[in-house]
Design a protein around this ligand. Sequence first.
Ligand SMILES: [Fe+2]
Length: 145
Amino acid sequence: MATICWKSCYEIGVGTFDAEHQNLVRLVNALYEGIRQHQGELLAQEVLDELILYTDKHFQHEEQYMEKYNYPAEARLHHQQEHQGLREQVLAYRQRLQSDPQNLLLPELFRFLRQWVLDHIVETDMQFGAFLRQHSVYDCGPPVL
Ligand SMILES: [Fe+2]
């Protein structure tokens, strides 16, 4: 298990969303640091709450630009379903953590988030980024940070 080291191949080519993705990675890495430093219990709830708020804002931001530039319906639906899936999974983990005094769940949660974030960025967000770039959109306003 290791933190996510940001690489240029994770960039989707739209500065606004690349900055937001780096922030998302920072939050996932913060969870790992909490586990490593054995502050897991305190930190996990805090980081998860921040992650829930942040993913909501970030997903809304992406979805707003899908609408604005008429991202094709099928791709949009698939993308939104992935966002919704993550929201549900994170809320379920948050619930489970409340009855996990030994924090046995934390490494699993970190692995899940690490995998989800990277898979979503390099596949689903990358396709959306390519669409925006095809429409010469490289900036979607200030990043939500
Ligand atoms: Fe996305």
